[in-house]
Ligand binder design. Structure first.
Ligand code: NAD
Length: 252
């Protein structure tokens, strides 16, 4: 019950990792706002799952690439719950292509959602968090922000920038009592990764010291920790949830 009385927003809360994050925060008794672009049905099914377990959750639709929609989402949350304590910037997309063939739209869309979206949502919660002199922001980055994989220049660039944004905003927002950290997942089994992971299964598994893909719940546990007071003295960090992927230089 580490988050009792807290209110959290999870962007992309209806996707593979987002759903697990919502359920993880709700298990610690936070009231959770599930936000996404697209399927209302998916988001409402997460809300129903939380409520069925006796938790509190609500759905607020917002496209993170639209600053006005993001501001409206935060206003709605304040109106309904009176506060926002935790923001999880989880919404993300991939539009993979080899660099010479990558269309401008593929580059721009990934930067818009995965990087600018994090900035818009962070900016929108600073004021309500600063007024309470307390807040925790967790950005979902990726191992690909540090270790490249072919056909991912847009995604890698965006996630590397999210790590930099995490550190820079942690320094700037500490004076308001707001902590900002990132979680960098490795290869987690979700809709986003299933096709690629199936195609390269053996090669990818051979690069993970712990010898297995991650589950969305592995990421969710790291997020719940960083959101809680157990992490009260941790800010500006990137916590890797990768099974050790990307650490070794040579063959395992
Ligand atoms: P997913 O495709 O299952 O879910 C993505 C979610 O983001 C969906 O709910 C979708 O509606 C939402 N979304 C997309 N564009 C949006 C927008 N413009 N505005 C609001 N919401 C939007 O993906 P996932 O695998 O659960 O990934 C979640 C996060 O984890 C992403 O940031 C991703 O980059 C990161 N990540 C995933 C893995 C992995 O192995 N799955 C690894 C590293 C990092």
């Amino acid at each position: 019950m580490k988050l009792a009385g807290r209110v959290a927003i999870v962007t992309g809360g209806s996707g593979g990792i987002g759903r697990a994050i919502v359920l993880g925060l709700a298990a610690e008794k936070a009231a959770v706002v599930v936000s996404n672009r697209g399927s209302r049905e998916d988001a409402e099914s997460v809300v129903d799952e939380v409520c069925a377990c006796g938790g509190t959750a609500a759905y607020v639709s917002a496209d993170v690439t639209r600053p006005a929609a993001v501001e409206k989402m935060v206003s709605e949350v304040i109106e309904r719950f009176g506060r926002v304590d935790i923001l999880v910037n989880n919404a993300g997309i991939s539009r993979d292509s080899l660099l010479p063939l990558m269309r401008t739209a593929q580059w721009q869309e990934v930067i818009d959602v995965n990087l600018s979206g994090v900035f818009y949502c962070t900016r929108a919660v600073v004021r309500p968090m600063a007024l309470r002199r307390s807040g925790a922001i967790i950005n979902i980055s990726s191992i690909l922000g540090e270790r490249p994989w072919r056909a991912h220049v847009n995604y890698s660039a965006a996630k590397a920038a999210v790590n930099a944004l995490t550190r820079a905003s942690a320094v700037e927002l500490a004076r308001f009592g707001i902590r900002v950290n990132a979680v960098a997942p490795g290869f987690i089994l979700t809709k986003m990764t299933r096709t690629a992971l199936e195609k390269f299964r053996d090669r990818v598994l051979a690069s993970i010291p712990l010898g297995d893909f991650g589950q969305p719940e592995d990421v969710a546990k790291a997020v719940a920790f960083l959101a809680s007071d157990d992490a009260r003295y941790i800010t500006g960090e990137v916590l890797h949830v990768t099974g050790g992927a990307g650490i070794a230089v040579g063959p395992l």
